[in-house]
Design a protein around this ligand. Sequence first.
Ligand code: SF4
Length: 301
Amino acid sequence: MTKVLTLAHYYTTPEVQQLADHVGDSLDLALYAKESKADIIVLAGVRFMAETAKMINPKATVILPDMGSTCSLVTMTDINKLIQWRNSYPDYVHVAYINSSAEHKAVADWTVTSRNVVDIIKYLHQQGKKVIYSPDRNMGAYLNYQFDFNMPLWSAVCEVHDQFNEKELDNLFLQIKTAKFLIAHPESPLPVLKRANYIGSTFGLLNWVRQYSGDVNATILVATEEGILYNMRQARPELNIMQAPIYTGCKCNSCPYMKLNTVTAVKLAQQQKGGVEINYLTEEIIEKAYLPIKRMLNFKI
Ligand code: SF4
């Protein structure tokens, strides 16, 4: 019998998460795909995640429910220009955020996720290496600011996190009369991150909420995609958790690419009646792109 495994990212809707065998952040999903013995992996996430799963577990058929599920960090990166940029730093190690296409990873030395980026770049610096970082300009700016890294950066952004706005945040802070905390994903702009009580990966933010032991009447503002608020509220229903505001003052911010994973699209993919198989990567790209992924997966903190 064909064994189907469904993996869903935290940024999908609660209804889609309920269809999944496992819900996680990008590192989690990659590790889960690596260990899986399933014949088919339905990846309710975005395309770079499905490509990563395919490279990690080439025996499995990997299905993306909707081929339009890309990511602005991918679409804002012209591969030819990226290669020129990489080649202009010949004696640097190129670290690429996992939110990048397979072609992008193929010209990187390491991949990282928001969970292990600090440890891996610190490690490379301890080895005396010089590092360039792509594609997330906001995350790179934060790393340079926080850890004095001084890395040349590629310039793309997550169109979701880039919308969080410090002025709207300051306005909201003035209105909130309870104690308040801001927790933020490092894809957010630096002025927002400078106001944060905690900065961490999707997994880190969820853990912060799980372990929160302060005033239950406090307001916890979250600067990341709205999907994770479902998991946070499930973990701590007694807490007042809300999304941080964007430019318009709206406390609403969701990833249009993740939301293409509708319940119907995911169910059709699970029944092998829909979705797109990740079968377009050439052997050369897989071979080159898997190397930096493998380095990351083998990295022990
Ligand atoms: S939330 Fe941002 S980084 Fe994540 S998939 Fe959407 S556009 Fe890409």
